[in-house]
Design a protein. Sequence first.
Length: 300
Amino acid sequence: MRLPLATLEVFNAIVNEGSLSAAALALGIKRSTVSHQLKTLETQIGAALFVRTTRSISLTEAGRALAQSSGPAFEQLANGFENARTAGQSTRGTLKLAIPEFVYHLLISEPLLSFQESYPEIEIELRLADAWSDILKEGLHAGFRLGGVIAQDMVAVGLTEPMTAAVVASPSYLEKHGTPTHPLALLEHNCLHYRFPSSGQLAPWVFSGPDGPYPVEVHGNLIANSLPVSIEQAIHGLGISYTFREFSATALESGELVEILSDHAASMPRVHIYFPQEYRALVPLRLFIQHLKQAIAKRG
């Protein structure tokens, strides 16, 4: 026999509250409704569940049997409703993110430490991927990408200003091989390629000209699918690297790398974090975005 959930809820409220009136108050319904639901339940079961007098109410044998069986189930159900209601509404839980490697090194690695110190009960799972991620299909909460073009059911939040491409090389490389003064002069140099791990395509070297952006098909004897590795190769004098100015800022400031062809640098999109509209109120995600924005603003 399948009993209606509403009538079982009324029964358990009477058991817990000790009277029909108290049960009605706890459930926010009329006492007559409680009485009607109870009669319906007793009719379906075919036995009285309570012994009612003018001064008290107590369980019958059938009532005790039902209470023993349904009580734990209702407690579990109530816990389930409460867990669902509060999921993502506290400073604890799990946050799963799809992040391109360069975004991790550029924006995430340092703020992540202070974020975890502030919110130790939020578990962060990072999935490094350079491709556009179907975060819903992959069970993720948010992803990062260049540009703000996303699906209609997603929200994009800008984290950076538009970035700038940069061609960099070590002083030792330039001293040995000369400094290119035009993008086409790169054809005479060893250029360090980056290969996208997901698509397998080589990243283009794009420059800004009077007629708009244009690519230069450079060549070199080293290819890596990691931008940090490409920067490291350039620092060691193995060739010229094409990267983001913001990504190579530390090496440029220290003098390990020198930027060349800056007059031809192409503009790059902003970095955005995107997520489903339903996750707008997800507290761990909201706190993480807020923390990132504050860290990026401090860095300038």
